[in-house]
Design a protein around this ligand. Structure first.
Ligand code: GLC
Length: 642
């Protein structure tokens, strides 16, 4: 063995040892598959106890040898990388910002993403796979051939893609109280994402939504750490599977670290003014579960804690998340979030990286980011060790994903995107997400004697509304935006033979019907666009409920991302259902309305009597909601509310 090769071996063993030391586990938090350095169990050498590498293959650079332990591959690759190649890995760039694909190799970019609604044309699964493979081939042409990691917000299915299965948003999944189902939903989402060549989703959102005025309430599994923690691990395991390198496994992202759902007044990207005791009791527990499940990435929150921006908080990003909780994946910033730090851009970059951000979602001017980061390192304001730690964390996940061995799309599952089998699971999720709040005189289940049913209301026949935000576009939109079944179509399909079902958004004639079903609620929105100070029912919806319920027995179904102020409608309706944002399988609603399945959903949030009660959470002193956290009627339970 030449002196040079021996020196490289020595360097590698030292570096690998260092990486292993850095990955010490935290008491009570067992190391988990994807987060540990060595994703495959290795025979240990009889002497050192460190993982024994396979027989030396001098013709193959160590980092290229999948038989080598991940820490050996990382150490070898790191030892070969220039500073520019290292900092390139720390850049996550929006696809539309890349005008020349050669930049991917020139700058050694680590990640590319599709922001919400950033889609190829045509927006088909094959076009997605072609697009991602195109970027990947550009990346593989770089000197060291490090593959890129492509990420999307697949938060309730592969929701940017027309024809994908769209599941209920998290607030509806929280109402199911069914972790196994949540894991199955994530697993199916991963299959559909994987089939388009994408290996990373910015999901699950582990926000604990403490104030329903927040536009992202629907992205939370609920208001209490109990229900969010219940779903955190299963969601991560659903996406990542037992082995990140296996087919259909994608990297998950626990977001947004931390207390994004705890801001004052529910203001998006606002300030969570709360004690460290409350932060640890309410907002951190779901991340403990996600880390225990091996989550490979965490996204930092735009929000602040007691006035300090999360992206510039080394205590929470490094001391708590990485050292205390033992998170060994990589920490990614949110969309241009470092720009919101105080100071100039150089200060933003320095502050964020030194605080613990490993990969920066730039997302546009990547050359400025890379130039600035290089300058900060060369000036000694960011230590080389911090760069090496960040890049190691990123490379560990890329090796764990098997990206070096299988960088291009495996399209074998592309035909399953939006398949009947996937939609059946989505229908189950819809059924189990429904919460029955009132059922006066057991008007439900719909009796076969109802021969003329009117479906009315703004959200009765609208796929876009029942999917909500983060669907095809960032904000989502009303209309026939993707294949699926509306609630009206579901009722019409399932009604017994001889039953007439009519849809009229704002009915003109109200005579001749023996049951009215009025589907009301919110328009699609995402992020701060959904911040709402009063949560009132729209005048159009209020009028529709009043007219129909005055004229016939009526059921009101609320399609919304959160509780709304429904006192008037609750008094007018014989039955009232919270259906949240069910996604493409609206017939799941009809299956329960006709009694094929019973209601099992339980409120994952407290339902306020008035907006003045907010924030209103279970366990509060003087807790007096309209409907409490955990409430939900069924056909077998009493027919009246509280
Ligand atoms: C957004 C969201 C985040 C998302 C990211 C990429 O601003 O805050 O949840 O993952 O940008 O789309």
């Amino acid at each position: 063995m030449s002196r040079k090769v021996r020196a490289r071996w020595l360097l590698i063993i030292m570096a690998a040892g260092g990486l292993l030391l850095a990955a010490c586990t935290w008491p009570g938090l067992e190391p988990s598959p994807a987060a540990t350095l060595t994703s495959q169990p290795r025979p240990t050498s009889p002497v050192s106890g460190t993982p024994a590498a396979s027989p030396f293959r001098p013709e193959l650079p160590l980092y290229r040898d999948p038989a080598q332990p991940v820490e050996v591959r990382v150490a070898d690759l790191l030892s070969r990388m220039t500073l520019d190649e290292k900092i390139g890995q720390m850049a996550l760039v929006e696809r539309s910002a890349i005008s020349d694909p050669r930049d991917i190799a020139t700058f050694g970019l680590g990640g590319i993403l599709s922001g919400g609604g950033s889609v190829p044309t045509p927006n088909t699964p094959s076009a997605w796979a072609d697009m991602v493979d195109g970027f990947q081939r550009a990346a593989l042409s770089s000197r060291l051939g490090i593959p890129i990691l492509y990420g999307v917000d697949a938060v309730h299915g592969h929701n940017n893609v027309v024809g994908a299965t769209i599941f209920p948003h998290n607030i509806g999944l929280g109402a199911t109280r069914n972790p196994a189902l949540v894991q199955k939903v994530a697993q199916i989402t991963a299959r559909e994402v994987y089939a388009t060549g994408i290996r990373w989703t910015f999901s699950p959102c582990l926000c604990v939504g403490r104030d329903e005025r927040w536009g992202r309430t629907y992205e939370c599994f609920g208001e209490d750490p109990e229900v969010v923690s219940m779903m955190a691990g299963p969601a991560v395991r659903g996406y990542q599977g037992p082995d990140l390198s296996a087919p259909n496994a994608i990297l998950a992202t626990a977001k947004h670290w931390v207390a994004d759902g705890g801001t004052q007044g529910g203001v998006d990207r606002g300030d969570a003014v709360l004690s460290e005791e409350e932060l640890r009791r309410v907002h951190i527990p779901p991340y403990v579960e996600a880390i225990r499940a091996g989550v490979g990435s965490v996204m930092a929150s735009f929000s602040s804690w007691n006035g300090t921006k999360m992206h510039g908080n080394p205590y929470l990003l490094t001391t708590v998340l990485k050292e205390e909780l033992g998170f060994r994946g990589f920490l990614v910033s949110d969309w241009g979030a470092i720009d919101q730090l105080p100071g100039d851009y150089a200060s933003d970059v320095r502050t964020a990286i030194n605080a613990g951000i490993d990969m920066v979602m730039v997302p546009y001017d990547y050359q400025q980011f890379l130039q600035t980061l290089r300058a900060e390192v060369q000036a000694g304001r960011i230590r080389q060790e911090r760069i090496d730690d960040a890049v190691s964390r990123i490379l560990i996940q890329k090796f764990a994903l098997g990206l070096f061995e299988r960088p291009l799309a495996d399209r074998s599952g592309i035909g399953d995107i939006g398949s009947p089998a996937h939609r059946e699971v989505a229908r189950q999720a819809v059924r189990e997400s429904l919460v029955l709040l009132k059922n006066e005189g057991n008007i439900l289940p719909i009796s076969p004697n109802r021969k003329n049913i009117l479906v009315a209301g703004s959200n009765g026949d609208d796929i876009g509304s029942q999917c909500g935000g983060w669907t095809i576009t960032w904000q989502g939109e009303r209309g026939d935006i993707t294949p699926g079944t509306t609630i009206y179509q579901g009722i019409k399909n399932l009604a017994p033979p001889g039953t007439q079902v009519t849809y009229a958004r704002q009915p003109v004639s109200l005579s001749g019907y023996d049951l009215g079903i009025v589907v009301i609620g919110e328009r699609p929105y995402a992020e701060w666009y959904g911040d709402d100070a009063d949560l009132e029912i729209s005048p159009e919806d209020a009028a529709a409920v009043q007219q129909v319920c005055d004229a016939m027995p009526c059921v009101v179904i609320l399609i919304s991302g959160r509780p709304m102020i429904i006192n008037t409608q609750l008094a007018q309706a014989d039955a009232l259902i919270a259906a949240w944002l069910p996604g493409t399988e609206g017939d799941g609603v009809a299956e329960v309305l006709f009694g094929r399945y019973d209601f099992t959903g339980k409120l994952p949030v407290s339902w306020p009597r008035s907006i003045d009660q907010l924030p209103l959470n279970v366990g509060d002193a003087g807790y007096d909601p309209l409907f409490p956290y955990g409430f939900g009627l069924s056909y077998s339970s009493s027919s009246t509310g509280p």
